[in-house]
Structure formats: structure tokens, C-alpha cells
Design a protein around this ligand. Sequence first.
Ligand SMILES: [Fe+2]
Length: 242
Amino acid sequence: MATPHIGGLNIHNSDQFEKNQSNLKEVRSKIWMDIIFVNINSNEIDFEDYIKPLEQRWSKFINHEDQKLLVHSKDHGSFDLEVKSNWKFAIENYCESYHLPTIHPELNKVSNINDHYHIQGLPNRFAGQGSEKYEQPVKGNNKFDTFKNWEKSSLKNSEYIALFPNVMIGLHLDHFYVFWLEPLAINKTKEHMQMYYVGDKSANGEELKELRKENARFWKDVMLEDISAIEGMQEGKRFTSL
Ligand SMILES: [Fe+2]
């Protein structure tokens, strides 16, 4: 059983706390791609088995060693949005690409609807969409480091997966993001974005700061564009439920 930070920051034990005599219950948890997954009811299969189909799907892009290269960006690596919608509409919206040309004209330029495909994963596990061609962020001569094996394969895909119930992830040759949903009410959700790059230089190096800022702005605009669609779905549902 873990007792994180019980003795102060980064001190995970304390002489004044006897774990075995406490009433703390161990909760199954696993960190994957910097996301903490918990299974409070202990009624799920092992996480390694749970995530295996997605890892197999992504094995043509990244492996376990590549996963370790991901570094969170401290300066332009996160933002939050609040939407007047149930969290499930955000997930539903993330799984389809038909709205791409109309709702996301800028995204459609770098990840065109004609290059998109849908991903039918496994029931209760994941689904999403991908693009066979994603143009990497570039500014002048600056560009982010890439996953080397992926680059050698010449695949230029990006994939957007809703990991059920409430996590949306996006994988690219040179960056990865986690966009997870915090339900606040039946019709209110907080969306949390966390962005990652390949290695320290891309994630936090001074010379790529402007490019990170640009990339964060790009994804924030995309997620802002989705808000009207998601809130419209919520509004429509309200009327059909009458
Ligand atoms: Fe969208």
C-alpha cells in the first residue's frame, strides 16, 4: 500500500503512521503515459491486459521505450476549459470526424477529412479516429524532436482515442496530449488538457518555447471550437427528453 507524500513532499512514509493498523484500503492503480488509472471496485482485468489492444495498435508508432521519452511541458503544457454539457457528449464528439471541415477549418488544413479513418476499438475500452497524414508543427527552422523509429517507418499518422470512460488522448509523431474530463454536474464538465513532447529539449527547451506556445494555442482553438457542438448536443438532448 502506498501513502504518497504522507511525511511531506516526496516523503512517502512516516514514523507516526502505521499503515497496517490504519483503515486505508488499497486501490488498484496504474500509471500509463503519465495518466493515473484507478479501479476502485477491483472488478477490472489487469491494466496491462486492458491497455494491450491499444498498445498493439500503436506498436507501429511507439513502443514502451518511446513512452518513457514523453516529457510534460511546464510552460505551455496545460489549459482547462469549462463546458455546459454532460461529459459523455464530449466523448461522443471526439470519436467522429464528420464535423472536421465545418467546425475545425484550421485543423482540417493539417489533418484533412479525406485522410481520416475511424477506429473501432473494443466495447467499453476505446474508440476514436485517426488521420493518415498530419502536418507537424513547424516555425521557421524550428521543429520538435520526433519518435525516431516512427519517423523511420515514414508513417505520418495521428490518432485520437477516447479511452472510456473519460479520457481523450492524441498521439502525433512529435507530441502527445491527454484531454481528460471532470464531470461537475449533469450538464457541466471541466476539460483538462496536458501536453507532452519527445524529450526535454522539445518539452521545456527555451529555443522551442514559441513553437510550444503556438501548438498549445492551436489545440486550445480546436477544443474551443468543439464547445458549441457539445453544448448544442446537450441542449438538443434537453428538448428531446421533454
Ligand atoms: Fe472536434
